[in-house]
Design a binder for this molecule. Structure first.
Ligand code: 5GP
Ligand code: MG
Length: 174
């Protein structure tokens, strides 16, 4: 059975919101040398658009997080795969994530990274699905709050499909 993507947040709206986030980040990190740490794979398009709107020198790194059990539900068993390569000690680290849902992934990522003693550790997430939260997560820079729908596109996948879509979409069963 196929699934049809429907636009939830269009590309123009995303670009405008990222410009607002970038302006805030630029102001709050002025005079610092922030390290933007993208959680792969879902955060890669957001990260790429964000750094190009930031208009300030930043460093970038990438990390992998895997959750066991495929499909549309995150199992709650989360493992950090590839960690960041750049040492985080004393750095102002900004995590760049696609979506915070139940909150398990981000709490694992935060605990993992805070052990590396960054000077500061903040979170920038494109999407928030607060209705399903199980673990509290502080989102310092948020793009959009979304309803309890399974979203894809703009870097976000369903079984490795739909990442290429330029808009944030939701999937509907045919
Ligand atoms: P959490 O641990 O907060 O439940 O899971 C967050 C992760 O689950 C996200 O980084 C993302 O990889 C995945 N996820 C949560 N909601 C969605 C969704 O609506 N669509 C997709 N494709 N992934 C989601
Ligand atoms: Mg993610």
């Amino acid at each position: 059975m196929g699934k049809t993507p429907h636009i939830l947040i269009g590309r123009e709206k995303i670009a405008l919101r990222i410009a607002e986030l970038a302006a805030r980040i630029k102001l709050e990190y002025a005079g610092k040398n922030p390290l933007l740490l993208c959680v792969l794979k879902g955060g890669f398009v957001f990260m790429a658009d964000l750094v190009r709107q930031l208009d300030m020198p930043v460093q970038m790194d990438f990390m992998r997080v895997s959750s066991y059990g495929g499909g549309m539900e995150c199992s709650g068993s989360i493992n950090v795969g590839q960690g960041p390569g750049i040492p985080l000690q004393g750095r102002d680290v900004l995590i760049v994530e696609d979506i915070v849902d139940m909150g398990f992934s981000l709490s694992v990522v935060r605990n993992f990274l805070s052990q590396m003693q960054p000077a500061s550790l903040k979170l920038c997430a494109l999407l928030d699905k607060p209705s399903r939260r199980k673990v509290p997560v502080c989102i310092d820079y948020l793009g959009f709050t979304v309803p309890d729908k399974f979203v894809v596109g703009y870097g976000i996948d369903f079984d490795e499909q739909y990442r290429y879509l330029p808009d944030v979409c939701f999937l509907e069963e045919l």
